[in-house]
Design a protein around this ligand. Sequence first.
Ligand SMILES: C[S@@+](CC[C@H](N)C(=O)[O-])C[C@H]1O[C@@H](n2cnc3c(N)ncnc32)[C@H](O)[C@@H]1O
Length: 245
Amino acid sequence: MTSATNDKPRFRPSQSRLLDEPIATAFFGRRKGKPISPTQQALMDDLLPRISLNPARPVDDVASLFAHKPAEIWMEIGFGGGEHIVRQAKSNPDVGLIGCEPFVNGVVKALVQMREQDVGNIRVYDEDAAHILDWLPTASLDRLFLLYPDPWHKKRHWKRRFVSDANLERFIRVLKPGALFRFASDIEPYVNWTLNHVERFDAFEEIDATPEKRLEAWPDWQTTRYEEKAFREGRRPHYLTFRRK
Ligand SMILES: C[S@@+](CC[C@H](N)C(=O)[O-])C[C@H]1O[C@@H](n2cnc3c(N)ncnc32)[C@H](O)[C@@H]1O
């Protein structure tokens, strides 16, 4: 595995390419849960710096961030405990995956799986994914996953939802023509919110746009911790697929 970018200072939102828009890019969730063990800390100190992305350093060729010059670049926003991104990385060794997750305990879980399963085709950013979306070159992603984003139920918190006009504009810029954006959620109001927001953009078309198809998991789906919680609590997952025209 090659060393990715690791020097400070970290990217600041004020360097955003989309500086003059009303930015909805702050991270509102938890950064830390229970204390991490010394073994986990060792992974954070050893593995994470080698695979971390640093958006302060410009990038022209995203494939060059990976040791194997991947054929495609996929990105997952808010990978949680890493179940899905690690599985996709393992099943698709010719792809390079970028994962963003500011929750330290989630990052640690993903690192453990990467080490145990000898996965070397993931690069990690442990802060707000919007920084990476603004840093990536135009038309550089082949696939984008937003799986069980925080629903922010209260109306006054809706502006915190990751699906927003500003972020959809970011998606449109970084996705290649024909690239796919996959969204999963068990919260129906957020599913409808997403459908309504995406509909406003001509650049996207929904694939399998029927109520029945939206309840079918993708053939290569790997369930996540939040999805399992949704099933336990009796909620029905929805899977939306959009193609960048
Ligand atoms: C409800 S959890 C779902 C986690 C995982 N996708 C799953 O299905 O188990 C939402 C995740 O999104 C992450 N998140 C929230 N805002 C984010 C942002 N701006 N950039 C990257 N990740 C974010 C949170 O830290 C959290 O881990």
